[in-house]
Design a protein. Sequence first.
Length: 98
Amino acid sequence: GNERSMLLQNTLFRCGGAAILLSNKWRDGQRAKYKLLHVVRTQGVSKEAYEAVYECEDQNGQHGVRLSKDIVQVAGRTMEKNFTILGPYVLPLSEQIK
């Protein structure tokens, strides 16, 4: 959309993003720089998490994405859950004991 509240998301998602090509082909694995070892998916189940990001139309009927003011708190809680689950997979035993 063209409303001011919808334009911020274009900046957030286009600037500073990273692109990664994932492939399951054997020949691509030989030249890959990184290897994906663990995947963790965490979802928030609160009302705030559900309403943090949603698609809507502006006055002209153009689709856009709107972020609520709670997005930072929701993302912080979700990242904390994600790192708690992912920690035992990637941290050495000496760090896990601390």
